[in-house]
Design a protein around this ligand. Structure first.
Ligand code: NAD
Ligand code: DAU
Length: 358
């Protein structure tokens, strides 16, 4: 098959591309605008493979998307391209509205035109897989055992999650109204190699190694359900290739943890894996700094992933302890990747974040 992956130079998209190239005989076309979050170095292991192709493009550009679809003739679209960072959506929401809503709308329209002209045989295979987030559901009460299920009502809190909720609604409307064959997945927090340094886990590892403060928003008791990125990539390919049209699947790691415990866990691992500390640091844990809370901060996310387990046989391979150890070791071994992605834009944005948060 020919598979388009949008956002394939990002954290999860690059894991999806690497997974498909390594484990199948399909062709992949990565469409990516290469924003601050997109890095082709995350794809160095597949870039020489003749089944991997790259199109440097913006998903909001309709004529460029039409050309790409007509040239590559996709059987499956896996749509991951998005602005993904909640904090950035709070300080500047325009790019989120543009890429996450207008970009998804553009792809849906291009896919619809393309689908209508396919042969009956090709129509049976075709899928538009929209990759979304558990943040569309809002948050769960701390201390309860409630879980997000596929029918939980949407209640997004941030500009990011509202833009993702909008895109989910558009995708369902294109199925119901136009019969475009879609599937949707909503996943919890991913972690693992190639995660952009602005997110909690890589930020904590990299700041600790530099002897910089480890910022915890508010009281740090917010709960996230962590999933190793390669488990997510495997789930996504399974859904894209095997799920029934029109279905939604929640994907999660059964790893509910408080933010403060995640940060402490990283500090403990670094004591073992990076014992030579920066000047002035006695214990990594001493770098923990409580800062101003994120506006609209969701308290708890937790996924019931029983549907994807029951219907498609997916279950995560990695438990948090082993996944976190691999992740910390990966950052220790890949300082060059980190230096290349920490551009001037990123440094400026982080500096402003620290000023605003202190
Ligand atoms: P990311 O920020 O690491 O990567 C996003 C990629 O999209 C980048 O390569 C970027 O260059 C590209 N991109 C952005 N705007 C574009 C545009 N207009 N046209 C083409 N490419 C564009 O994001 P991620 O963490 O890999 O997330 C991927 C998807 O998964 C997103 O849709 C996100 O909402 C969803 N998701 C993420 C998580 C998570 O924990 N990271 C969890 C659940 C769902
Ligand atoms: O739940 C899925 C979502 O997970 C995805 O849809 C998003 O794209 C992805 O970015 C992620 O969103 P979060 O906001 O949960 O991830 P982040 O790593 O930014 O933050 C995780 C938690 O840690 C959150 O409760 C905020 C907190 N935090 C974050 C940072 C960056 C801190 O306490 N300090 C920090 O410096």
């Amino acid at each position: 098959m020919n598979i388009i992956v949008t956002g394939g130079a990002g954290f999860i998209g690059s894991a999806v591309v690497r997974h498909i190239i390594a484990n199948t005989s399909h062709n992949v076309l990565n469409i990516d605008k290469l924003t601050y979050a997109g890095n082709l170095e995350s794809l160095s292991s597949v870039s020489e493979n003749s089944r991997y192709h790259f199109s440097h493009n913006d998903i909001c550009n309709k004529s460029a998307m039409e050309e790409v679809f007509n040239d590559f003739k996709p059987d499956i679209i896996m749509h991951l391209a998005a602005e993904s960072h909640v904090d950035r959506s709070i300080t500047g929401s325009a790019d989120f509205i543009e890429t996450n809503i207008i970009g998804t709308y553009t792809l849906l329209e291009v896919a619809r035109q393309y689908y209508m002209e396919l042969s009956d045989h090709k129509k049976i295979i075709f899928r538009f897989h929209h990759i979304s987030t558990d943040e569309v559901y809002g948050d769960l009460e701390e201390g309860t055992s409630n879980l997000f299920i596929e029918t939980t009502a949407y209640n997004p809190s941030s500009p990011y999650s509202a833009s993702k909720a909008s895109s989910d609604h558009l995708v369902r409307a294109w199925y119901r109204t136009y019969g475009l064959p879609i599937v949707i997945t909503n996943c919890s927090n991913n972690y693992g190699p190639y995660h952009f340094p602005e997110k909690l886990i890589p930020l904590t590892i990299l700041n600790a190694l530099k002897g910089k403060p480890l910022p915890i928003y508010g009281n740090g008791l917010q709960v996230r359900d962590w999933l190793y990125v390669e488990d997510h990539a495997r789930a996504l390919f399974l859904v894209a290739s095997e799920a029934e049209i029109g279905e939604t699947y929640n994907i999660g790691g059964h790893n509910e943890l408080k933010n403060v415990d995640v940060v402490k866990g990283i500090c403990n691992l670094l004591e073992e894996l990076a014992p030579h500390k920066p000047d002035g640091v006695v214990n990594y844990i001493d770098l923990i700094t409580y800062v101003k809370d994120r506006p609209g901060h969701d308290l708890r996310y937790a996924i019931d992933a029983s549907k994807i387990h029951r219907e498609l046989g997916w279950t995560p391979n990695e438990i948090f302890e082993t996944g976190l150890r691999k992740t910390v070791q990966w950052y220790l071994d890949n300082q060059e990747w980190v230096e290349n992605v920490e551009t001037g834009e990123y440094q400026n944005w982080m500096q402003k974040q620290y000023q605003d948060n202190s």
